[in-house]
Write a protein that binds this ligand. Structure first.
Ligand code: SF4
Ligand code: FES
Length: 374
C-alpha cells in the first residue's frame, strides 16, 4: 500500500500534519476549538457543499514551503486545500474578523430577526455567528424580502425569510433521497427555496433537511411553538429501526418527548454511527415515535457548557422524572416557607395537556376545552 503524503500546515500558530487534499477547514477542525472557522454552508457529510456563504474566510499568510507568497485575497477555507508549509490565520487575523463582520451583515440584510418566536433559537448557527461577529445596527435601508408561503408537506415548515441559501437541504434531497422535488429557484435577490408547483416532499428521509438547515428556515411541524430548546432535556436513545440507524436524541421535558432529532457532533453536523456511516434518521423515528417507551434510553446527551441548552440540562433519573428541585440550591440552602402547586391555582399548563401531542401550537382553547372535560 502506498504511503499517504502528509502536509504540514499551521493555523493560528498551531502546526499539524494532514493528508494531502485536506481542506484548510478540515485541518483547522482537527486542531479544534476557536481555531476552526465557522461554516454555514459546508457540511462534511454531503458532497459538493461549501463555497456559498463565505463565513469560513481565512487569510493565507504563506502559500507553501515552495512558494511562500501570501494569497492576495481571503479564501474560503472549506474549498481551499492545504499545501505543504502553508500558514493560515483565522482568529489571529484582523482582516478575517473584519470580513466576517461584513459577511454577517450581508447574511442578515434580509433576515427577519425573529429569534424570539423562531424554533431554532438557542441552536441557530446564524444566531451564534451574529453574537460573535455581528454589529448591533444595520446600514440597510430597503424593505426586507417577503415570500409567498410554500407548503413543504405535513411535517416540514419552510420560512423562506430566514433562509440563507446555503443549499444544504438541496444536497440532502439530491444525495439522500431518490426523488428531489425542491431546489433554489431564480437568482440574486429573487432566489428562493421552492417546491415546483407546491409538491410536497414525501421521501422517508427528507426530515433530515431540518437537521442540516443552519437557521430556522426548515422546522419540524410536530415541534413548532411547543417549547424552547433550552427548557428541554436532550437524551441519547435508540430503537431497532428497519429503515435507519435508529440512533437519535430525544428532547424531553419530564417524560414527554417534544422532539426527536439525529445526534449532532461539536460542529453541528450529524454524528457518525459506530460503523462509520452518517447517522441520518428516517421520518418515522423523527416524527412518529414521540413516546419514551418507543425508545431505549441511553442517558443524558453531553451538551457544551457554553450552549444555552446546557441550562436546562438538569440532573435526575433518566427520562421519566420531573426536574430536580432547585429552590434550596438557589436560596442559600434555605427551604421555602410556602410552596404552592401552580396547577392548584391556575388552569394554565394543566399536567393533563401533553403539549407535544396536540396538533399545532397551544393557545387558550387548548386549556379551556381540556379543563371543561376534566
Ligand atoms: S432552507 Fe435552510 S438548509 Fe435550505 S438553503 Fe435555506 S438555509 Fe440552507
Ligand atoms: S462554509 Fe465555506 S463558504 Fe460557506
Amino acid at each position: 500500500m502506498s504511503e499517504q503524503t502528509l502536509f504540514k500546515v499551521t493555523v493560528d500558530n498551531i502546526t499539524i500534519e494532514v493528508p494531502a487534499g485536506t481542506t484548510i477547514l478540515q485541518a483547522a477542525r482537527q486542531i479544534g476549538g476557536a481555531v476552526a472557522p465557522p461554516a454555514m454552508c459546508y457540511y462534511s457529510k454531503l458532497e459538493g457543499t461549501g463555497g456559498k456563504c463565505r463565513t469560513c474566510l481565512v487569510e493565507v499568510s504563506k502559500g507553501s514551503e515552495k512558494d511562500p507568497r501570501p494569497m492576495p485575497k481571503l479564501v474560503a477555507s472549506c474549498r481551499t486545500t492545504v499545501m505543504d508549509g502553508m500558514e493560515v490565520k483565522n482568529i489571529t487575523s484582523e482582516k478575517v474578523i473584519d470580513a466576517r463582520a461584513g459577511v454577517v451583515e450581508f447574511l442578515l440584510l434580509n433576515h427577519p430577526l425573529d429569534c424570539p418566536i423562531c424554533d431554532q433559537a438557542g441552536e441557530c448557527h446564524l444566531q451564534d455567528l451574529s453574537f460573535e461577529h455581528g454589529k448591533a445596527g444595520t446600514r440597510y435601508e430597503f424593505q426586507r424580502r417577503t415570500f409567498k408561503k410554500h407548503d413543504l408537506g405535513k411535517h416540514i415548515q419552510l420560512h423562506m425569510t430566514r433562509c440563507i441559501l446555503c443549499y444544504r437541504c438541496v444536497f440532502i434531497a439530491d444525495q439522500l433521497t431518490n426523488k428531489r422535488e425542491h431546489g433554489i429557484l431564480d437568482r440574486g435577490d429573487h432566489a428562493e427555496i421552492a417546491t415546483h408547483i407546491e409538491k410536497s416532499l414525501g421521501n422517508e428521509f427528507i426530515g433530515n433537511v431540518i437537521d442540516v438547515c443552519p437557521v430556522g428556515a426548515l422546522t419540524d411541524k410536530t415541534f413548532r411553538f411547543k417549547n424552547r430548546v433550552w427548557f428541554l432535556k436532550p437524551m441519547d436513545a435508540h430503537r431497532n429501526c428497519p429503515s435507519c440507524s435508529g440512533r437519535v436524541t430525544l428532547w424531553n421535558r419530564g417524560d414527554e418527548v417534544f422532539r426527536v432529532t439525529a445526534r449532532k457532533d461539536e460542529w453541528g453536523e450529524i454524528e457518525d454511527t459506530p460503523d462509520g456511516k452518517p447517522g441520518w434518521i428516517c421520518n418515522t423515528c423523527r416524527f412518529e415515535k414521540k413516546h419514551t417507551n418507543d425508545w431505549i434510553i441511553e442517558g443524558p446527551r453531553a451538551i457544551s457548557r457554553q450552549s444555552v441548552i446546557a441550562q436546562g440540562h438538569y440532573a435526575g433519573n433518566i427520562g421519566t422524572t420531573l426536574p430536580t428541585e432547585t429552590f434550596k440550591a438557589v436560596n442559600d440552602g434555605r427551604a421555602p416557607h410556602l410552596l404552592m402547586d401552580i396547577h392548584n391555582e391556575s388552569e394554565v399548563n394543566l399536567p393533563s395537556v401533553r403539549l407535544s401531542e396536540i396538533d399545532g401550537p397551544s393557545h387558550g382553547n387548548t386549556f379551556n376545552n381540556n379543563s371543561k372535560k376534566a
